[in-house]
Design a protein around this ligand. Structure first.
Ligand SMILES: Nc1ncnc2c1ncn2[C@@H]1O[C@H](COP(=O)(O)OP(=O)(O)OP(=O)(O)O)[C@@H](O)[C@H]1O
Length: 256
């Protein structure tokens, strides 16, 4: 495997008596879509929070783009290219899709927010924002106020906002949550299209979608990583199947 973009080494975290991250080690390769799955309460969101820097770990190391970022706060990790897609709440409804995305480009630049920008800056920001919108299939909606968009389009816009910062790694927590079947299909197609160009780590409950789009899947159970591998390998792993026993997900996994 090429040098990992993200390497987790023996991460541990407890909430009181509860071990939520139990000796988790994982390498994420450049350009892969890496899904983290696991039953409810397995510690998936906690792990994403640890990677992005929202939550401190008790012990272990987090290496990102060859640097030890374990002790770095969220904004420092973000500056190194670790982007987390924020929920729709971070979208400004009165701003157009283009304006929302241009703001993210500007934030990624490290330049401070200004209402009035020089024309050349404006052009540069808008060009980069249009490119990000185009990547998520929203170029034709650039002038539409975000508040007037459908739920699925807002999800696409969120993704454009995250991509606008040119991240080295994109963390997505349940990118398909709340999306209907058609929107899900569109978003899965979109994420698949980003494969190879972006490195993505995502947590998602929709097993069918995960098995359709992930290059590799890691399975977390009670904070412990029980398996990492290609969708085919994960599907046939007895320990994984046992962990999902009694849940609706198992027939889905078998039929994928
Ligand atoms: N701040 C906290 N303090 C105490 N316990 C917490 C805290 N955050 C999460 N937990 C507990 O840690 C465990 C893991 O939670 P987490 O949300 O990471 O799981 P998850 O796999 O993302 O779950 P789900 O699939 O239901 O979203 C759960 O038992 C949860 O109740």
């Amino acid at each position: 495997m090429a040098e990992a973009v993200l390497a987790l080494r023996s991460l541990r975290k407890r909430f009181g008596a509860l071990t939520v991250t139990d000796d988790v080690s994982l390498d994420v390769a450049p350009g892969e879509i890496h899904a983290i799955i696991g039953p409810n309460g397995a510690g998936k969101t906690t792990l994403i929070n640890e990677i992005s820097g929202v939550l401190p770990i008790d012990s272990g190391r987090i290496l990102f783009a060859g640097r030890d970022v374990t002790g770095l706060p969220l904004h420092r990790r973000a500056r190194l290219g670790l982007a987390r897609s924020f929920q729709i709440t971070s979208i400004i409804p009165a701003f157009s899709a283009l304006e929302n995305t241009a703001l993210a480009v500007q934030a990624g630049d490290g330049t401070s927010f200004r209402f009035f920008r020089p024309a050349a800056t404006e052009r540069r920001l808008n060009t980069a924002a249009m490119a990000a919108l185009d990547q998520v299939g929203l170029a034709h909606r650039a002038a539409t106020p975000a508040g007037a968009m459908s739920h699925g389009e807002k999800r696409q816009l969120e993704l454009a906002i995250a991509l606008a910062t040119q991240p080295r790694l994109l963390l997505l927590d349940e990118p398909l949550a709340g999306a209907g079947p058609e929107e899900t299909e569109r978003l899965v197609g979109l994420l698949r299209g980003l494969r190879g160009r972006y490195t993505i780590v995502l947590v998602e409950h929709d097993m069918q979608a995960v098995f359709a789009m992930a290059d590799r899947i890691s399975v977390l159970v009670y904070g412990r990583l029980i398996a990492t591998g290609t969708p085919d390998r994960i599907r046939e792993n007895p320990e994984v199947r046992a962990a999902y026993l009694g849940e609706d997900d198992i027939p889905l996994m078998a039929s994928c």
